[in-house]
Design a protein around this ligand. Structure first.
Ligand code: KIV
Length: 277
């Protein structure tokens, strides 16, 4: 059955944990979906993981539409959330609604996600009024990397912890149906989770959140540029792939691939005629 915003609401009410992973393409989305994961985020982390940028700043609306549409075609049951990339919503409410609309119409998402708290509430309200469900994102918001001056856990002192709680309440009041909390102390994330009626989806925010999300390439050990503290490797897919590529390289170089069973055939009499002519 298709997961919807109503499923997420019910899961919070029933104290059932929500699972989410990122995906950026059709084949991976299908595997994630077949595993029974509740939601797929087409994260702007595609800038790092798929496109090799050092951050998410250069990701465009066109990138998100292209990858979002591929994921949506592979996600039968998972709710598909597509990230709004940097500067697709910050400059104006108008931009936010138009770009969220494109991610839904062209990217075929079921919801959009954007980063920011109180300052982004006019955008959240307007997108929700346009009947587009919104996931908010607080804590370490990677689009603010230049303002933060690095990738650091957030909400570890009194002022920033209080601001996080305030922002969480603001985005809920603005109509967000879920909230991603990234790199936030576990106790603070649990407190926020208990204060809100919408589900919190944690990444580096402890087990007290209503759900969890990871970048699939991190948890499969496929992305090796860096490993954040919160990442657990659930499988060594990177090594399995590298070994497969190596075995292919060996076979090609030895001439043992392709073998007889991989060949197409031609009737001997036709071949004879081709060669003799
Ligand atoms: O872009 C992304 O993958 C994200 C997750 C890390 C939450 O925003």
């Amino acid at each position: 059955m298709k997961n919807t915003v109503a499923t997420f609401k019910k899961m919070k009410e029933n104290h059932e944990k929500i699972s989410m992973l990122t995906a950026y393409d059709y084949s991976t989305a299908k595997l994630v979906d077949q595993a029974g994961i509740n939601g797929i985020l087409v994260g702007d982390s595609l800038g790092n993981v798929m496109l090799g940028y050092p951050d998410t700043i250069s990701v465009t609306v066109e990138d998100m539409i292209h990858h979002g549409a591929a994921v949506s075609r592979g996600a039968e049951n998972a709710l598909v959330v597509i990230d709004m990339p940097f500067m697709s919503y910050q400059a104006s409410v108008y931009d936010a609604v138009v770009n969220a609309g494109r991610l839904m119409k062209e990217g075929r998402g079921n919801a959009v996600k954007l980063e920011g708290g109180e300052d982004m509430c006019p955008q959240i309200e307007a997108i929700v009024k346009a009947q587009i469900p919104v996931v908010a994102h607080l804590g370490l918001t990677p689009q603010s990397i230049n303002a933060f001056g690095g990738y650091k856990a957030q909400g570890r002192d009194l002022a920033t912890a209080k601001k996080l709680i305030h922002d969480a309440k603001c985005v809920e009041a603005a109509g967000a149906f879920a909230l991603t909390l990234e790199c936030v102390p576990a106790e603070l994330a649990e407190y926020i989770t208990n204060e809100l009626s919408i589900p919190t989806i944690g990444i580096g925010a402890g087990a007290g959140c209503d759900g969890q999300i990871l970048v699939y390439a991190d948890m499969c050990a496929m992305f090796s540029d860096y490993k954040p503290k919160f990442v657990k490797h659930f499988g060594n897919v990177g090594e399995v792939m590298r070994n497969a590529f190596k075995a292919y390289d060996d076979d090609v170089k030895k001439g043992t691939y392709p073998a007889e069973e991989h060949n197409y055939t031609i009737a001997p009499e036709i071949l004879k005629e081709v060669i003799n002519n």
